[in-house]
Design a protein around this ligand. Structure first.
Ligand code: ZN
Ligand code: ZN
Length: 362
């Protein structure tokens, strides 16, 4: 991972805000800029004649981890408060305008920082400085994401083995998660979704104690984290022989999903990708049952930029990794969603999720 390059890009964006330094408190951003994967620490990115100077502050619990992981930043182990030391360091360097990640700093910490720098530096809220950089993955990140996606796919068959009438959603999720750990996943990207029968009509139906019934859809939506990068995929299977109406639902989602996948290429807007699938579901009469956006960027976090939703004007760029996940949710009856991870390439796209999209009846 080229942390020096990432810090230079961040510094160039910081310069435009007028701030002389940025307190990076959002841990995924800290990880992106210097490699630290622990759960407490603050990175100060300071401009020195337009060039970045990075100092990472943490406490004694992370002394060893910081020395092993942090790259391209000086490490300071604080005896009391990493944040206080970070602010004092910024003042010593003569910074007059101190940027902070306003979407990621608790109000109490904001007040504390204000008291430390009072009269010497002005605080400036900054949003979306690092996140757009993270949206475009470099070659090393793409390799990690490819591996995470493949590991996720390899677990699908395991999950299928446990989907049977009478087995609870929680047990299916638990078996899937155990296999994920055994296969080397650090953890799941998010709470595994197993939503069976009428619960499949809930777009975010976390696995519950409900047992799978003898007939109906089961939505499986899960992901693994490998080397810090998330995967995300959804497949919907049917327990028992599928009926004509449900088959039409499934096929409509399949066609819509492929239409959005095929719309992915550099230069199109996120809204264009959303529209490609959404109009198919509208024409098939399911428009009002597709109640969420088409997808999202994925990477160090499960939900990143860009957001693939109606009206989004952000253009796709090579190196972005997005999910394409249209669905139909009919209350009381059930739902279908199919989700792949898709890499935007120089000439189009590459699907990172090779698992079949054909209907599986169990
Ligand atoms: Zn998902
Ligand atoms: Zn997703």
């Amino acid at each position: 991972m080229n942390y020096a390059l990432r810090q230079r890009h961040a510094a160039a964006r910081l310069q435009k805000t007028g701030a002389g330094a940025l307190l990076v408190t959002h841990l995924p951003n800290v990880r992106y800029l210097c490699g630290f994967s622990g759960s407490a620490g603050v990175l100060v990115l300071r401009l020195s004649a337009g060039r970045p100077r990075a100092v990472f502050y943490t406490d004694g619990r992370y002394r060893q981890q910081a020395s092993e992981e942090v790259q391209n930043a000086k490490v300071v182990i604080s005896r009391k408060s990493a944040m206080t030391d970070a602010c004092k360091g910024v003042l010593r360097a003569g910074v007059e305008v101190l940027g902070f990640e306003s979407e990621h700093l608790p109000y109490e910490q904001y007040k504390t920082i204000g008291q430390i720098v009072r009269g010497r530096a002005r605080l400036k809220p900054v949003t979306g400085l690092i996140e757009p950089l993270r949206a475009v993955k470099d070659a090393g990140e793409i390799e990690q994401m490819r591996a995470a996606a493949l590991l996720g796919c390899s677990l699908f068959q395991t999950a299928l083995n446990f989907i049977k009438p009478g087995v609870t959603e929680s047990v299916v999720a638990g078996e899937l998660e155990l296999q994920a750990r055994r296969a080397g996943a650090e953890k799941m990207s998010f709470d595994t979704i197993v939503a069976a029968g009428s619960r499949s009509a809930l777009p975010h139906g976390r696995a519950s104690s409900q047992a799978i019934s003898g007939s109906g859809f089961v939505i499986l939506d899960y992901g693994v984290i490998l080397a810090g990068y998330c995967s995300d995929m959804t497949r919907t299977v049917h327990v028992g022989k599928i009926t004509g109406a449900r088959r039409r639902m499934y096929d409509a989602v399949g066609v819509a999903q492929m239409a959005s996948v095929n719309a992915v290429r550099p230069g199109v807007t996120a809204g264009d990708v959303d529209r490609a699938g959404r109009q198919i579901l509208k024409k098939a009469g399911y428009g009002r049952y597709f109640t969420h956006s088409t997808g999202h960027g994925v990477g160090i976090e499960i939900h990143e930029q860009p957001r693939l939703a109606a009206g989004q004007t952000q253009k796709l760029e090579p190196g972005m990794v997005v999910t394409i996940e249209p669905g139909i949710y009919i209350p009381e009856q059930g739902g279908v969603r199919i989700e792949d991870m898709v890499l935007v390439t120089e000439s189009g796209h590459e699907i990172l999720t090779p698992t079949t999209r054909e209907l599986i009846e169990l």
